[in-house]
Design a binder for this molecule. Structure first.
Ligand SMILES: Nc1ncnc2c1ncn2[C@@H]1O[C@H](COP(=O)(O)OP(=O)(O)OP(=O)(O)O)[C@@H](O)[C@H]1O
Ligand SMILES: [Mg+2]
Length: 234
């Protein structure tokens, strides 16, 4: 279980996260929703060690991660797929995937790259092609695949749906949901696409201006018209 308490992060004078509490239950999807600038990416970066929070705790199975390097976090089973689909375009798909295995969780069995190809056959068909030829959806699959070969216990996904066709979003979200159900993966899914995210999430957290507005079962959030209109844009 990933338990975040009182997490506070500032960029100079801008307080991007203000005492945020979030629990991601094992084998569940927790969706973190909110408008541009709400602090969603800052939350994931503060959890995974890419930025240093000024206060608060990030407990993974009871161990406080704050202050550890991003590499160390990866070795402890925390996978982060940042926004922007950063693949290394000069490397092949297979080489990009292999980079993911370098951050493998300590004590885990090696995950064969074939696992990524099973989940995303389009990557397997083009394994020797340079990543620069991939479409946006395929790049998203590659960065998720690259995170998965590190055998994470908890996967942080930052806006995987951004700019993708609904059909591709449904495919990627379906695969994430399957991993959670079949393999007990724990997911924190950051999305502006609240409707789609809530359709696969167990719990929804609404973030606004760096604060948690509410945490509720996903189905209940999806039915709250007032909240949807005020914060979720649908
Ligand atoms: N590196 C940075 N330096 C200064 N301010 C930053 C930095 N990164 C984010 N911010 C500010 O922190 C706040 C939260 O930004 P963040 O990127 O976490 O929001 P977000 O919810 O992910 O937004 P989006 O949906 O647009 O990705 C914003 O006010 C943003 O301008
Ligand atoms: Mg963001």
């Amino acid at each position: 279980m990933l338990q975040v308490t009182g997490l506070t992060t500032s960029y100079g004078p801008v307080k991007a996260l203000d005492s945020v509490d979030i629990t991601a239950e094992d084998g569940r999807i927790t969706a973190v929703l909110g408008a541009n600038g709400a602090g969603k990416s800052t939350l994931l970066r503060s959890i995974s060690g890419l930025v240093r929070p000024s206060a608060g705790q990030v407990l993974l199975d009871g161990k406080d991660l704050v202050g550890l390097s991003a590499e160390k976090m990866s070795g402890l089973g925390l996978g982060h797929v940042p926004e922007g689909r950063g693949v290394i375009t000069e490397l092949t798909i297979e080489e990009n995937l292999r980079l993911g295995s370098l951050g493998r969780r300590a004590g885990s069995d090696p995950v064969p790259l074939e696992r990524a190809y099973e989940l995303f056959p389009v990557l397997g068909e083009r394994r020797t092609a340079h990543a620069e030829v991939l479409s946006g959806g395929e790049r998203q699959m590659l960065v998720i695949g690259r995170a998965l070969v590190a055998a994470p216990k908890v996967l942080l996904l930052d806006e995987p749906s951004l700019g993708l066709a609904p059909r591709i979003v449904a495919q990627i979200f379906g695969i994430v949901r399957d991993l959670v159900e079949r393999e007990g993966l724990t997911v924190v899914l950051v999305e502006q696409n609240a409707r789609s995210a809530l359709s696969i999430a167990d719990t929804g957290v609404v973030l606004n201006l760096g604060r948690v507005i509410t945490t509720r079962p996903a189905a209940e959030l999806a039915e709250d018209e007032g909240l949807r209109h005020a914060y979720l844009g649908f």
